[in-house]
Design a protein around this ligand. Sequence first.
Ligand code: HEC
Length: 141
Amino acid sequence: MKIMNRLLAGLVLLFSLPLQAAEVIDPRKSLGLNPAEKAEFLAEMQQMLGSIQGVIHGIALDDRDMIIKAAQYSGNRMARATPDSVRAKLDDEFKSIGGPTHLMFEELIIRAETDPTDELLLFTAKIMNNCMSCHAKYKVD
Ligand code: HEC
C-alpha cells in the first residue's frame, strides 16, 4: 500500500511538472475567454494578419486600392464589431494597445491615398510593433 501511494505521488508529481514549468515559462496574462469568445477573438486576429498580408501585397504592387481595402478590415470597423462579452474581459493595458492599433489602420487608409510606398511600408512595420507588444503580454487561455 505504501509503495502504491509513493508510486501515485510520484506520478502526480511527474505530470504536474510540465504544467508548472509552462506557467513559469509563459508569463503572458490570460484573457480568460470561453471557447466561443476565443473562436471569435482568434478569427479577428486572423483577419488582422490578412490585412497585413493585403497591405504588404498592395505596397509591393503600388496598388492603393488593395492597401485601402485590406486595411479597412482591421480599422474601426473591427473595433466596433468586438462582442461586448469579450470587450468586458479586456483590461486597460490591453485596450491601450488594441485601440491605437485599429486607429493606425485607419491612418494607413488615409495615408495610402498619397504617401510614397516606402513610407507606407515603414508605417505598416510600426503597426506590427503593436501586434508584437500585445502578443508578448497576453494569451487567450
Ligand atoms: C491588444 C492585443 C493584440 C493586438 C494589438 C494584436 N493581437 Fe493578435 N493576438 C492577441 C492575443 C491575446 C492572441 C492569442 C495568443 C495566444 O493565446 O497564444 C492573438 C493571436 C493572434 C493570431 C493567432 C490566431 C489563431 O487563430 O490562433 C494571429 C494570426 C494574430 N494574433 C495576428 C495579429 C496581427 C497581425 C496583429 C497586428 C496587426 C495583431 N494580432 C495584433 C492579441 C493581440
